[in-house]
Design a protein around this ligand. Structure first.
Ligand code: SAM
Ligand code: DTB
Ligand code: SF4
Length: 320
């Protein structure tokens, strides 16, 4: 990779597939080269997650324990929106533990104006006043709602493409791929940064993975943040019986995202719990420069924080 690898927006599926499937050493070498051109090497951002409104979501995403469609089988209890003070208390604890970004997730199909959205606005303001980055993921958004979040000082809005447009229909039937692109567009126009990525290990082909990255990287502006999740199979969801993926597939996905979107923060997200330290470090070598930090993701377990701190120290990395 030359010292001036360009930021491209004209990726073709076949060339992305070729990168994904290239010999692993070559892929790692290229990705690490791009990474060093664009990022201070050796740093990792710690982001903490909190589910501010859990369960009873009307969408039918087949991977998701929070969908109301599978609630009988998952047994997940529905919870109301948390109050602002409790959320800010959690943010404070996360900050004290070393996190610099606080991500809040609500199991909503879309944002509705009213009391609950007003509370989320206050949560965003509160997190920002603690000098942390604030990210929320609340489902679909209108332009006005995105603008309100921007005014509150929101750093990023997470809305994943999840997979390719072709495979999407097998995973979600209650909202379209275009709905997702429209929400991402509203976020972009509001000035809030875009956090968008997806999940591997749902039975998709390599071409589906390539297509998802192609669409993200061909957006007019690349997402500033790209979470790469490995499916966490949750009992009771339609994907509960799926095998865990080979960690090297995650390494390949991270490396390809890094090469295609050089400036983005690539986040090693859900599914990190199944990786040993060596596999996690390979993902970082491939260009991942953020992890979710804290015992819990939204509803499922995450890695132990002390083990994470030790891994970062032993690898000689710095926390960004
Ligand atoms: N309801 C909002 C939405 O879907 O836009 C926000 C919350 S939703 C839980 C955020 C993201 O978490 C999903 O887009 C999906 O990529 C990821 N996710 C959910 N369940 C997962 C699982 N079991 N394994 C891996 N990733 C998962
Ligand atoms: C993202 O891409 N991954 C995070 C965050 N965005 C909101 C969520 C992962 C959720 C994993 C399943 C759970 O814990 O419920
Ligand atoms: Fe609802 Fe989000 Fe889960 Fe889909 S991924 S069921 S939209 S909480």
């Amino acid at each position: 990779m030359s010292a001036t690898s360009p930021i491209r927006h004209d990726w073709q599926t076949d060339e992305v597939l070729e990168i994904l499937e290239s010999p692993l050493m070559e892929l790692l070498y290229q990705a690490q080269g791009v990474h060093r051109e664009h990022h201070e090497d050796n740093t990792v951002q710690l982001a903490s997650l909190l589910s501010i409104k859990t369960g009873a979501c009307p969408e039918d995403c087949k991977y998701c324990p929070q969908s109301a469609h599978y609630a009988k089988k998952t047994g997940l209890k529905k919870e109301a929106l948390m109050d602002v003070d409790s959320v800010l208390e959690k943010a404070k604890i996360a900050k004290e533990a070393g996190a610099s970004r606080f991500c809040m997730g609500a199991a909503w199909k879309q944002v509705r104006d009213g009391e609950d959205f007003d509370k989320v606005i206050d949560m965003v303001k509160g997190v920002r006043s603690m000098d942390m980055e604030a990210c929320v993921t609340l489902g679909m958004l209108t332009q006005d709602q995105a603008n309100r979040l921007a005014e509150a000082g929101l750093t990023a809005y997470n809305h994943n493409l999840d997979t390719s447009p072709e495979f999407y229909k097998e995973i979600i039937t209650t909202r379209t791929y275009q709905d997702r692109l429209d929400t991402i567009d509203a976020v972009r126009k509001s000035g809030v940064t875009v956090c968008s990525g997806g999940i591997i290990g749902m039975g998709e082909t390599l071409r589906d993975r390539a297509r998802m990255l192609e669409i993200l990287a061909n957006l007019e502006t690349h997402p500033e943040s790209v979470p790469i999740n490995a499916l966490v199979p949750v009992e009771g969801t339609p994907m509960g019986d799926r095998d865990r993926i080979d960690p090297l597939e995650l390494v390949r996905m991270v490396a390809t995202a890094r090469i295609m979107m050089p400036k983005a923060r690539v986040r090693l997200s859900a599914g990190r719990e199944m990786l040993n330290r060596e596999a996690q470090i390979l993902c970082m070598m491939a260009g991942a420069n953020s992890i979710f930090y804290g015992e819990k993701l939204l509803t499922t377990a995450n890695n132990d924080t002390l083990e994470d701190q030790e891994m970062i120290k032993d690898a000689g990395m710095k926390v960004a």
